[in-house]
Design a protein around this ligand. Structure first.
Ligand SMILES: Nc1ncnc2c1ncn2[C@@H]1O[C@H](COP(=O)(O)OP(=O)(O)OP(=O)(O)O)[C@@H](O)[C@H]1O
Ligand SMILES: [Mg+2]
Length: 303
């Protein structure tokens, strides 16, 4: 296994009393995998903002570019050799450097990410306690005892009982829900201003999913952090986010308030996506429409 060395981008603290800038500003973001004949544009001209404390859902079908977008913002696309360009890609008022010349992932202070499958994101051979210590040492000067005390506090906050035992366990000894809670605690212990969560609940059953979503919301609210949640589940987005960015074939086709999306969506794709969701209003319908069955969705026709 190759070691990944994290370099760090310079962080200028905001001036005291200055208004808090937009947390994330994305303008005309384009991401291409490969070169020449093998080039594949995964994200094409995406633009949207994330405001302080706001919860944004990035929603769209498989392959629409959601994960690619999240990884690019987090600075984790370097290993994939993707080309990232943007008119603006600003976090906390500072331009992020996501150029392909960087060989190693960039740790951006104030930005954390929770990945889809906690089991493959945690270090399989290290105890949970030592993984906390490693993360904390990356963001602050902290001794062993202090790191353990802080880890205990974070794990308690995410609802882990029996924390002393869990700190000694390795990831394979945790259930799916527990490991996702550990991931949330690890992501939040650096006190991010923006938490990116990529399909944080798709590996979990329905009731544990809701617990983890409730936890993500309560932890980000408590810390005053914004949340950028990547998901294919438009209903989950409607329930847990303030606004939605809808993606289709690498393009942003709608940016809407989540509670009024049914009224405000402008793209045929978003309307089609909403029509496929089972609700109390269409409970008597024998067969719900599917995206394939909607003629407006001939590839490339979504506006
Ligand atoms: N490392 C890579 N190299 C080349 N192409 C890639 C790579 N990662 C993703 N892609 C391609 O980029 C496009 C967008 O992929 P991405 O994983 O961002 O989609 P997604 O919306 O997250 O899908 P899903 O809902 O299945 O997770 C897809 O066509 C995919 O095949
Ligand atoms: Mg994905």
């Amino acid at each position: 296994m190759t070691d990944i060395v994290l370099s760090e981008q310079a962080a200028a603290p905001p001036l005291p009393g200055a208004p808090r800038p937009t947390v994330l500003r994305v303008r005309n973001l384009c991401i291409t995998y490969g070169t020449g004949d093998r080039a594949h544009v995964a994200v094409r001209g995406a633009s949207f903002d994330v405001r302080p404390g706001e919860r944004i859902g990035i929603v769209g079908e498989s392959g629409s570019g959601k994960t690619t977008l999240g990884l690019a913002v987090a600075g984790l696309l370097t290993a994939a050799g993707a080309r990232v360009t943007a008119d603006r890609l600003e976090f906390d008022g500072r331009q992020l450097d996501r150029s392909a010349t960087r060989r190693v992932p960039v740790r951006t202070p104030g930005l954390s990410m929770v990945l889809q499958d906690a089991m493959t994101s945690l270090d399989p051979v290290a105890t949970i306690g030592s993984q906390f210590a490693a993360v904390m040492k990356g963001v602050q000067r902290v001794g062993r005892r202090d790191a353990r005390a802080q880890a205990t506090e974070w794990l308690t906050q995410v609802g882990i009982a029996d924390v002393d035992r869990v700190l000694r366990l390795r990831p394979y000894e945790l259930s799916g829900g527990m490991s996702q809670r550990v991931m949330v605690a690890l992501a939040m212990c650096s006190r991010p201003r923006l938490l990116i969560a990529d399909e944080p609940t798709s590996a979990l059953d329905a009731s544990v999913s809701r617990d983890v979503m409730d936890l993500l919301v309560s932890m980000t609210v408590q810390q005053g952090a914004s949340l950028l949640m990547v998901t294919h589940d438009i209903e989950l987005c409607r329930e847990y986010t303030d606004r939605m960015v809808v993606m289709y074939q690498g393009e942003v086709v709608d940016v809407c308030r989540s509670d009024t999306i049914a009224r405000d969506a402008t793209s045929d794709y978003t309307r089609a996506l909403l029509a496929c969701v089972p609700t109390l209003d269409n409970v008597a319908v024998d067969r719900l429409p599917t995206l394939e069955g909607i003629p407006l969705l001939a590839r490339g026709s979504a506006a």
